[in-house]
Design a protein around this ligand. Sequence first.
Ligand SMILES: *Cc1c(COP(=O)(O)O)cnc(C)c1O
Length: 235
Amino acid sequence: MTTIAAKLQHVRARIATACQQAGRNVQDVTLLAVSKTFGPEAVRAAAAAGQRDFGENYIQEGVDKIAALADLRGQLRWHCIGPIQSNKTRLVAEQFDWAHGVDRLKTAERLSAQRPPGLPPLNLCLQVNIDGGPTKSGVAPAEALALALAVAALPGLRLRGLMTIPDPAPDFEAACAVHTSARALFDQLNAAGLGLDTLSMGMSDDLEAAVAAGSTMVRVGSAIFGTRAVKPSRQ
Ligand SMILES: *Cc1c(COP(=O)(O)O)cnc(C)c1O
């Protein structure tokens, strides 16, 4: 077994234990493997071990990897989880299956308009600044409903849910508290009729707390692929 396969198995076991402790069905939590800074061979090894969803932060890096793994295109789902500048929306609309880092209507409108008609709508999660850091990206929780209603009306997109990147919490209870506030916002949007099915939250260090609070998609990088050396200079 490769190292990546063994680590994947360990992460799956962590998710299963967290689901069991929360009384949740393990099928209701999708594992998104965050492959940023790792090469196509690492993705290929994870895919060989049954992993299907992959997340990339840096759009050009992701596009290069998608091209290098073109033979697996029908089996894999590619998620753009980083911020999307205006000049990169076309690449995301044309190449990815999901985008999680959208926090403005303008970006969503460009993605919708640029989604090729031959492809299914781009799956979208709105990024919410759930813990209110002043320098952080993400829509403010109080503005999330209005943005979600506007985005849900765009034809090239399918609004699936919310995504959060809270600051690291000091302990399990604190991590649960911030994830629970995201879950409450998610439930509030669904009570308004939005029909969301995806709450993208939890990473290598806090996936148990995220699952306990109701995450449906955990984004895990270093626990699968190892420690990232440096972020690539290219965006
Ligand atoms: C890098 C990254 C992750 C994965 O983080 P790990 O701590 O390596 O699991 C998840 N989500 C986003 C948005 C990231 O940028």
